[in-house]
Design a protein around this ligand. Structure first.
Ligand code: KG4
Ligand code: ZN
Length: 332
């Protein structure tokens, strides 16, 4: 029997999860509300909140799983990428607890974990598969070869897809995080009403800063003609904007799938919750005969269950970390 406790504090969610032989027993997430009034995550506040919350979140995860800490076989944590001050909270906690319990440490890369969220429930993707990882901090297409091996085929060269949603929400005077709010308003809007140009970037890379700017300029120009433009067109604006982002994201997946000869396609990350992205993906899956996978909503957003499941695969391969291991804000 193998019990692993996993911790995640890379951004603004304090999370802990217990996994038993690859089965998630608990997934506790405490989301920090304090950042809302600033319209984005304030790193210094985030790390202090993690320090306040982590012990309670861990206790809840163990209690709900009916697992005593003495039963644990390993301790997993996110080592990066993320906010360095936030990451350090879980890294230090995990090191201390693993020393006191005399059990091994398993470090997990946050992006790898988002991809591996597809292995929490059935059906699990067959290898190789392509994963479109879209979150508030990252936008990548990965070719996943095995549970622990992947290749990054393309990445954003500036903003992430989630940021494109969050920044547009700011322009529309909507609360943070903007993605879910835009998605909700889009439900009653016309996705074909307005069109925004797809940025032209080579290969499987993305760019979102131009799209956000063209959205901003379009609204600024329309507001000059009609001061009620935003109020009267909010739902259509949201629907059209997310339709554009979803189409743009998937256009590169189609290209990668064709060139790599891969028909298993997975989604991951917070933006994977987007309804337009899921709808367009299903349409493409039918057209190209793809098998499509995406994690349950709670495993798309930042959580520790995805750290736990990745750690379970690393545990089976004997991939443990030294106590000298360090957190990293970004790769390289
Ligand atoms: O994966 P995640 O929870 O955190 C990061 O690792 O960044 O992703 C958060 C991002 C935010 O930018 C949020 O606006 C976006 O995911 N998001 C969505 C939706 N739900 C969350 N974007 C579009 N549509 C959604 N339904
Ligand atoms: Zn994330």
């Amino acid at each position: 029997m193998c019990y692993i406790l996993a911790l995640e504090t890379s951004c603004d969610d304090t999370a802990a999860s217990v996994v038993k032989n690859g089965k998630i027993l608990t997934n506790i997430v405490s989301s920090q509300k304090i950042h809302q009034k600033f319209g984005g995550v304030v790193p210094e506040l985030a790390s202090r909140q993690h320090q306040k919350n982590l012990v309670y979140v861990v206790e809840a995860a163990l209690k709900d799983a009916h697992v005593d800490k003495k039963q644990l076989n390993a301790l997993a944590f996110t080592s990066g990428p993320g906010l360095i001050g936030s990451l350090l909270v879980a890294v230090s906690f995990a090191k201390g607890l693993s020393l006191s319990l005399d059990i091994p440490l398993i470090e997990v890369d946050h992006l790898h974990a988002h991809v591996m969220a597809n292995f929490i429930d059935e059906p699990k993707p067959d290898f190789p598969f392509l994963c479109l990882l879209v979150s508030g901090g990252h936008t990548q297409i990965l070719k996943v070869i095995s549970p622990l091996e992947y290749e990054i085929l393309g990445s954003t060269i500036d903003d992430a897809a989630g940021e494109a949603f969050d920044k547009a929400a700011k322009v529309l005077d909507l609360p943070y995080p903007g993605g879910p709010v835009i998605d909700k308003l889009a439900q009653n809007g016309n996705p074909e009403r307005f069109s925004f140009p797809w940025p032209k970037i080579q290969k499987y890379n993305y760019s979102f800063s131009g799209l956000k700017t063209s959205f901003l300029y379009f609204i600024r120009d329309e507001l000059k003609k009609d001061s009620n433009f935003l109020k009267n067109n909010l739902e259509d604006l949201c629907a059209s904007y997310q339709h554009t982002i979803a189409g743009y994201l998937l256009s590169k997946v189609v290209e990668a799938a064709r060139n790599e000869g891969i028909k298993n396609i997975a989604l991951a990350g917070g933006v994977a919750a987007n309804s337009a992205l899921r709808k367009q993906l299903m349409e493409m899956a039918q057209k190209h005969q793809w098998s499509v996978f995406y994690p349950k909503m709670e495993y798309c957003m930042d959580n520790a269950a995805m750290i736990a499941i990745t750690a379970w695969y690393k545990y089976q391969m004997g991939e443990f970390s030294h106590h000298r291991t360090r957190a990293y804000a970004r790769k390289n």
